[in-house]
Design a protein. Structure first.
Lengths: 446, 552
C-alpha cells in the first residue's frame, strides 16, 4: 500500500505548486508512478580527518567490502556511494589565508578561499584568516529545493564550538556564516513549537508578526539610507533576514499526521558538557529527521564538533582530546587505533541517522531513498593536515537520481568542487561549476 | 592589522612600547574637535556599527524592562574575534539570530504587559475614547522609546510606532496595541544597534565626527556597565552636560562606584584570562582522588572572580598585584581542599599564602587546573597561556605529523619528560617559548595543589623566559610573576586587550595616539586598572566616530 503523507506535502510547503501536478499524476495512476516525494539534502560533518587505510573499502564499483571504519554502515551498503581519491584543491592551495584546518573547513562546502582576517592559524607562514568568501553548496541547493519551506535549512551542532573559520560549515553568502544551534531544547522550540497549535491562535500570531515585522523592516530601510557602505551592508543584511522571516510566516508549516509528529521537548541539559556528546548527538539527529519528515525543511546540516574539535571520547575509554590525538605521528603507539575507534563511533552514529530516515515510509520506499547525506571532513588525515583523498561518503538515495551501492575511486587529482557540482545536479540544481572556477573542471562522474 | 604575533619567530618581531611623553597633549585643554589628544589633528580607526552582544542585551532588558532572566543566553553565540565577543566588524546577524530577536521581543513584551502600569504613563482602565488611548500611547512611545533607543524619539519613530499600536489595538484592546509597540521597539535597529549619526563631521571632508550627549552617554554606559544609560546619564545628555572632558569624567567617577561596573570589568577579565576554560576542565579521579569536580569547579571559578574583582577595584589595584599577589579568596570547602586552616563558612574570605608559592591570578587553583591535563600538569599549556594571554604573543598549534616521541620513563618528572620531547629541533622552535615558562609552575599539580615531589623525585621549578624584554631565568612562580609584571610586553598587552574590548574593534594605524595615550596613563598610574579604565573614556577613539566606511 502506498503511504504518501499527501496532506503533509500539500500543506507543508508553499512549493506545492510544483509538487501538486506530480501528486495528481500519481493519484491518477494509482501510485504506480515514481512517488513525488521531495528530495532532501543533509550535510554530515565530523572533524580532524580520518585514517584512510582503515576507511577505504576494498574492491571497486558495486563489488566492494566496507572497511573497519565504515563497517557499522554495512546494513546500508546498498545506499552508499563511497567517494575516494578526490582532493580539496582550493583548501590545499597555499597562498590563501588560513591554516589547513581553517582552509579545509571554510572551503569544504563553499569551494572558495577564505577572506583575509584576524584569526591566526596553526602555521608559521599562512596569513591570518577571516571567514569563507562565498555561499556553501547546501545553501545553493536549499535556495532551489527548500526555498518555500518553513525553514530554508536547519544547521544543528553537536558541541560545534569556537568561532571564526574553524567553526562554520555553512554560509549563506561571503562572510555570512550560519552558526549551528548546539542546544536541542532551543532547536525544538524554534522548529516545532508551532506544530499542532490551533489554527486560530496561529493565524493571530502570524498577523501580529506581520504587523510588527513590517514596521521593523521600515526602520531598517530608513536607517540604511543614512549609512556609509560598511554599516549599510550590515543593516541591509539584517533587513534581508527579517524579510525572509516575514515571507516564511505565510508558510503554514506541517500538519501532524502520517509520519510527521511533534517530538518531545528534549528539555534543558548541559549540551556542551563533554560527556553529553552522544546524548546530544542522538537528540539532534532525531530533531533533524522529524523536521524533514514534517517537511519543515528539505536541507540540513549536522555538524559534530568543529575543525580542530577536541572532544574527549571518554565513552570509548579515551582520555585525550580528538584534535590533540590527531596530531600524533603514525608511529605513536595506540593513536591510530584510537582515532580509528573515534571514526568507527561516528559511523555508528551515521548508521543511526540512516536507520531513522529508513524508518519513515514514503511511497514504496522510505525517506532515506529520497535523501542524500553528504559526509564531509575538513581534513583527509589529521597528522598530515592533508586535503587529498578526502573521506567523502554519500548516503541515501537522492530520489533515484544517483545509483547507490558503489565504491568510486577517482584518480587524476580531481578537485572537490567537481563533487559539489555533481551533488547540485543530483539534487536537481542545474550547475556546471561551483565555487572558485579555477578549482572546478565540471561535474564529477558519479 | 592583527593584534597577535604570529608564528614562533617572536624574536624578530618588535613589540615596542612607545611612551612618548611629547605626544600626549593636555587633557581638556581644547574643545576644538579637530584637535586630537596628541597635538596633531585627531585620528581614529574605523568605528563600525555595534550590535548589542548577548551580555549587553541581557543587561539592557534588565534595566529597561526589569527582566533579569537573561533571555539572550539562548541566542546564537557571538562571534569571538581577537579574544572578545563584541568585535563590531564580526558581529553579524544570521536568520536564527533574527528569529531569536523576534521570539525574545514577543516574550519580553508579553511579560511586560502583565504589569502595564509599570510602563504605560496612564491607567489603561480609565481610557474613555480613542483620543485618550492615542494620547497615552504617544506618551508611552516618547518615554519608553527614548530609553530603548537611548535618545529622544523622532517624528518618524513616533509615526511608525503609533501605526503599529493601531494595528494591535484594532480587533483587540489597548494593551495589545502597547504590546505591539514593545515588540517593534525591541527588534528595531535603534535598540539592537548603537547608532551614532547625530552630529556631522567636524569639517567638510573630515574623516571623523564628534558625538552628541546621548551617544556619549551610551558609549559610557556600555563600556563601564555593559548596559543602557541610567536616568542620571539621560539627564546629563538632556542638559548637554556630556560635552567636555570634565563633564564626562564626573560621570565616569560616579559610574565607577556602581556595582554594574564590576560586571563589565569582570566580563573583560573572564575573556582576557580565558576563565571559561574552567567550565570545560575534566580531571581523572584516579590521579586526583580529592578533586570533586562538581563541588570544586564552581568554587574555583568564584575564587578567581573574587580575586580579580579585588585587584581591579581595591585601592591601587594594579598589574603587579594581578601577577604577584600572595593572597587569594576561599571559603571553607575550598580551603579544606587546599589544606588551608582557619576558614569557616561558605563566604569567601581573603587568605594570605606563602609569597614564594604564589603569583596572583596565575597560581590560583582553578587557573592552574584548567591549564593542565586530566591526570598531570602541563608546562606547555601554562607557558602558552602566559605567552598568549599575558604577553599577547601567539603560539601556533603543533605542526602536522608530530614525529614519534621518544619512549618516556614513567619514573621521570613531567619536566624531565618534556625536556626529552623538546630536544627535537622541530619541536624546540616553538616549545622553547612555552615550556621553560611553564616549568615555573611545576610545583603546582594538575588540580591546583602545591607539591614538592613528583614520582618521589624533587621538583625543579626553575625556568626561563625567552624572546621577551624580561628574558632570563627565574625560580618558581613568584619570581616569574614578578618578572612578568615588569614586562613592557605585558603592560602593552593589557592596554591593547582593553582597547579591543572597550572600543569593540582592532586597532589600526590611525589609533596610535589613542594607544600612546592609554599606555602613558597606565604607566603614570603605576599600572592601575582603574586609571586605565578612566583613560579609556578620554581618548580620541572614545570621543569621536569615524565617517569613512561606516556612518555618513
Amino acid at each position: 500500500m502506498t503511504r504518501i503523507s499527501r496532506r503533509t506535502f500539500l500543506k507543508g510547503a508553499a512549493g506545492a505548486a510544483v509538487a501538486l501536478p506530480l501528486l495528481d499524476i500519481m493519484s491518477r495512476r494509482g501510485g504506480a508512478a515514481t512517488p513525488a516525494f521531495p528530495k532532501r539534502f543533509l550535510v554530515w560533518f565530523q572533524p580532524d580527518g580520518s585514517i584512510h587505510e582503515n576507511w577505504a573499502p576494498t574492491g571497486s564499483g558495486t563489488n566492494f567490502t566496507l572497511s573497519r571504519i565504515l563497517a557499522p554502515l554495512a546494513a546500508y551498503q546498498s545506499s552508499l556511494v563511497v567517494v575516494d581519491g578526490v582532493k580539496n584543491k582550493v583548501g590545499d592551495y597555499g597562498e590563501i589565508p588560513g591554516d589547513d584546518h581553517q582552509k579545509g573547513m571554510g572551503t569544504m562546502l563553499t569551494g572558495v578561499h577564505l577572506l583575509p582576517g584576524s584569526q591566526a592559524g596553526g602555521c608559521d607562514t599562512c596569513p591570518a584568516a577571516g571567514l569563507a568568501s562565498g555561499m556553501s553548496v547546501d545553501q545553493a541547493i536549499a535556495n532551489q529545493i527548500s526555498a518555500n519551506n518553513k525553514f530554508k535549512s536547519l544547521e544543528l551542532g553537536i558541541q560545534a564550538g569556537s568561532s571564526g573559520a574553524w567553526a562554520y560549515s555553512n554560509y549563506s553568502a561571503a562572510n555570512t556564516p550560519l552558526p549551528p544551534d548546539n542546544n536541542p531544547h532551543s532547536v525544538f522550540a524554534r522548529v516545532f513549537t508551532d506544530l499542532g497549535v490551533d489554527s486560530a491562535a496561529l493565524a493571530r500570531l502570524r498577523a501580529e508578526r506581520k504587523s510588527v515585522l513590517d514596521a521593523v523592516s521600515e526602520s531598517y530601510q530608513s536607517l540604511s539610507a543614512k549609512l556609509g557602505p560598511d554599516d549599510k551592508q550590515k543593516i541591509d543584511s539584517h533587513f534581508t533576514t527579517i524579510r525572509d522571516l516575514e515571507a516564511r510566516l505565510t508558510v503554514p508549516g506541517a500538519t501532524v499526521g502520517d509520519s510527521c509528529s511533534k517530538p518531545g521537548d528534549p528539555g534543558k541539559l548541559d549540551f556542551m558538557a563533554n560527556d553529553n556528546f552522544p546524548t546530544v548527538a542522538k537528540l539532534q539527529m532525531d530533531l533533524m529527521v522529524m523536521a524533514l519528515a514534517c517537511d519543515l525543511t528539505r536541507v540540513g546540516t549536522l555538524q559534530f564538533e568543529n575543525s580542530v574539535g577536541d572532544v574527549r571520547f571518554s565513552w570509548l575509554g579515551l582520555t585525550r582530546g580528538h584534535h590533540d590525538m590527531s596530531h600524533d605521528g603514525d608511529t605513536v603507539a595506540n593513536t591510530i587505533e584510537d582515532l580509528t575507534k573515534i571514526n568507527i563511533w561516528y559511523s555508528q552514529q551515521l548508521a543511526y541517522l540512516l536507520g531513522k530516515l529508513k524508518a519513515i515510509p514514503e511511497g514504496n520506499g522510505t525517506m532515506l531513498d529520497n535523501t542524500l547525506v553528504f559526509c564531509v571532513n575538513e581534513l583527509s588525515r589529521g597528522n598530515a593536515h592533508s586535503h587529498n583523498d578526502m573521506p567523502y561518503v554519500l548516503a541515501g538515495g537522492a530520489g533515484g537520481a544517483l545509483q547507490m551501492g558503489r565504491y568510486l575511486k577517482f584518480t587524476g587529482d580531481l578537485p572537490h568542487n567537481n563533487l559539489l557540482v555533481s551533488l547540485m545536479n543530483v539534487m536537481g540544481v542545474g550547475a556546471k561549476t561551483f565555487g572558485d572556477p579555477a578549482f572546478c573542471t565540471g561535474p564529477l562522474a558519479l | 592589522m592583527s593584534p597577535r604575533l604570529h608564528g614562533c619567530a617572536l624574536g624578530s618581531l618588535a613589540l615596542v612600547l612607545v611612551v612618548d611623553a611629547g605626544c600626549v597633549g593636555e587633557i581638556g585643554a581644547s574643545t576644538n574637535v579637530e584637535q586630537g589628544l596628541c597635538g596633531a589633528p585627531a585620528a581614529i580607526g574605523a568605528t563600525p556599527l555595534r550590535r548589542l552582544t548577548r551580555f549587553e542585551y541581557n543587561a539592557t532588558v534588565r534595566d529597561l524592562l526589569g527582566d533579569a532572566t537573561h533571555p539572550a543566553d539562548t541566542f546564537p553565540v557571538d562571534e569571538v574575534r581577537a579574544g572578545f565577543d563584541n568585535n563590531s566588524a564580526s558581529l553579524g546577524v544570521s536568520p536564527v539570530q533574527t528569529e531569536a530577536f523576534m521570539k525574545a521581543a514577543e516574550s519580553l513584551a508579553a511579560k511586560a504587559m502583565l504589569t502595564p502600569t509599570t510602563f504605560v504613563p496612564c491607567d489603561p482602565t480609565k481610557l474613555a475614547n480613542a483620543a485618550d488611548e492615542d494620547a497615552c500611547a504617544t506618551a508611552f512611545i516618547q518615554s519608553f522609546g527614548k530609553k530603548a533607543y537611548r535618545r529622544p524619539v523622532v517624528d518618524e519613530d513616533l509615526t511608525r510606532l503609533l501605526a503599529v499600536f493601531h494595528a494591535g489595538r484594532t480587533g483587540a484592546d489597548f494593551a495589545t496595541g502597547i504590546r505591539f509597540i514593545l515588540e517593534t521597539v525591541l527588534q528595531s535597529p535603534q535598540f539592537l544597534y548603537r547608532i551614532e549619526l547625530a552630529l556631522p563631521p567636524s569639517a567638510a571632508g573630515a574623516t571623523l565626527a564628534p558625538l552628541d550627549g546621548y551617544e556619549m552617554a551610551t558609549r559610557l554606559s556600555y563600556l563601564l556597565w555593559g548596559t543602557m544609560p541610567d536616568d542620571a546619564l539621560f539627564a546629563a545628555a538632556d542638559a548637554g552636560e556630556l560635552a567636555t572632558r570634565e563633564q564626562v569624567r564626573a560621570q565616569v567617577e560616579r559610574m565607577m562606584l556602581d556595582p554594574r561596573a564590576h560586571a563589565s570589568v569582570m566580563h573583560f577579565n573572564e575573556q582576557w584570562l580565558q576563565l571559561a576554560k574552567m567550565e570545560k576542565m575534566q580531571k581523572d579521579t584516579k590521579a586526583y582522588p580529592n578533586f570533586d569536580m562538581a563541588a570544586l569547579q564552581p568554587l574555583m571559578q568564584e575564587e578567581a572572580r573574587q580575586f580579580i574583582d579585588h585587584v581591579m577595584w581595591s585601592e591601587g589595584g594594579n598589574l603587579h598585584d594581578l601577577l604577584t599577589a600572595p593572597y587569594t579568596f576561599v571559603n571553607a570547602p575550598l580551603a579544606k581542599y587546599y589544606g588551608m586552616s582557619g576558614v569557616t563558612g561558605t563566604d569567601f574570605v581573603r587568605v594570605d599564602g606563602d609569597p614564594a608559592h604564589r603569583a596572583g591570578i596565575l597560581t590560583l587553583g582553578g587557573v592552574m587546573s584548567m591549564l593542565a591535563h586530566v591526570n598531570q600538569s602541563s608546562p606547555v599549556h601554562r607557558g602558552k597561556f602566559v605567552r598568549e594571554q599575558i604577553l599577547c604573543g601567539m603560539m601556533p598549534p603543533p605542526p602536522p605529523n608530530v614525529p614519534k616521541l621518544p619512549d618516556v620513563d614513567p619514573n621521570l618528572t613531567t619536566r624531565e619528560r618534556l625536556l626529552q620531547h623538546s630536544a627535537d629541533p622541530a619541536c624546540h622552535s616553538c616549545h622553547r617559548l612555552m615550556d621553560p615558562i611553564g616549568f615555573g609552575f611545576e610545583k603546582i599539580d594538575g588540580a591546583g595543589m602545591w607539591r614538592d615531589l613528583e614520582n618521589g623525585k624533587p621538583i625543579d621549578d626553575s625556568g626561563t623566559i625567552e624572546d621577551s624584554d624580561v628574558a632570563g631565568s627565574f625560580s618558581g612562580p613568584a619570581e616569574l610573576g614578578e618578572k612578568l609584571s615588569h614586562s613592557l610586553f605585558a603592560q602593552k598587552c593589557v592596554v591593547t586587550s582593553w582597547f579591543h574590548y572597550a572600543y569593540a574593534r582592532l586597532e589600526s594605524s590611525e589609533d596610535q595616539c589613542t594607544i600612546k595615550t592609554l599606555s602613558k596613563r597606565f604607566a603614570d598610574s603605576g599600572y592601575r586598572f582603574s586609571d586605565l579604565l578612566t583613560a579609556l573614556t578620554e581618548t580620541d577613539a572614545f570621543r569621536y566616530r569615524s565617517v569613512a566606511g561606516g556612518a555618513q
